[in-house]
Design a protein around this ligand. Structure first.
Ligand SMILES: [Zn+2]
Length: 291
């Protein structure tokens, strides 16, 4: 039985100075590949679904897949709902059995963000073993229905971050520090690792209470990943990279085997490619051997 919520994994990660990888999936094959990688590297892992894939397959189907795979995995596995702007859908996923819920009210006013985030925290904590992630400031790029220009992204203020966490009771916290969703347009994106370190010190300097999340993992230089890890990043979200691996691997296999009609071979190729990409991340964030 390896059902786990994100907060318990991330508290251990902060103590052990590593981070937990959080990988967005859209189908069963990717789901299996992510868990393959976690088992192979003995890593704790968070599987994430954005709202659209979650609605496409349905929350019950997602949770059934999750429980089937996680319960027989010898590593802790969390199922996370990513960037949900709808309180009712957040609550529905908690009811269904997701073990981490992200309410993203970061595009609302500060007070409204607090109100909505607290509403989800209060409900989800009453349901059972799930933690809640909140966001302050904005992450650039595209995530489902939310679009933010990279240069308009507003970074999280450290003192306000502490107030936000205290007033909402959120379990894990995503401060905007300059990372972006999608693909970075520059080779050296401006990531405010010092801001991350400051916020982590304010929140977790005297005992770990609210671990921090890094959004927009795809394309971050490894040097930046290491700095963010040292600054207290305890969860790294990776979405775009796995979408690219999925499409590119399918294309590569079909192009090379155009006359073959064996879906099992195609799936195996894609699953392997995805597993390798996830293992690379687990090595970079140093979760290997921590499960
Ligand atoms: Zn994100």
């Amino acid at each position: 039985m390896s059902i786990a919520n994100a907060k318990e994994m991330m508290v251990k990660a902060l103590e052990g100075k590593y981070a937990v990888g959080a990988f967005n999936v859209t189908d069963l094959l990717q789901f299996e590949a992510v868990i393959d990688a976690a088992i192979e590297t003995k890593s704790p892992v968070i599987v994430q679904t954005s709202v659209k894939p979650s609605q496409f397959l349905g929350t019950d189907m997602m949770v059934a897949i999750y429980r089937t795979l996680a319960e027989k995995a010898p590593v802790p596995v969390c199922l996370h709902l990513d960037h949900c702007t709808d309180i009712d859908y957040c609550n529905k996923c908690a009811d269904a059995g997701y073990t981490n819920i992200m309410i993203d009210a970061s595009k609302q006013s500060y007070e409204e963000n607090i109100r909505q985030t607290k509403a989800v925290v209060d409900y989800v904590h009453s349901v059972g073993n799930a933690s809640v992630e909140g966001e302050l400031g904005t992450v650039g790029g595209v995530e489902d229905q939310i679009k933010v220009a990279e240069d308009e992204a507003q970074l999280a203020n450290p003192e306000q971050s502490v107030e936000f966490v205290q007033r909402t009771g959120v379990d894990i916290f995503a401060p905007a520090i300059g990372t972006a969703h999608g693909v970075y347009k520059t080779k050296n994106p401006k990531i405010d690792t010092e801001r991350m370190a400051t916020i982590n010190k304010l929140l977790n300097g005297n005992g770990i209470k609210t671990p921090l999340v890094v959004h927009g993992g795809t394309g971050l230089p490894e040097e930046t990943i290491k700095k963010l890890l040292a600054a207290g990043g305890a969860k790294f979200n990776v979405s775009t990279e796995l979408k690219r691996v999925l499409i590119d691997a399918k294309w590569e296999y079909i192009s090379a085997h155009r006359d073959e009609y064996d879906p099992g071979k195609l799936d195996k190729f894609v699953r392997d490619a995805t597993r390798k990409a996830v293992i690379h991340w687990m090595q970079m964030i140093e979760s290997v051997g921590h499960a």
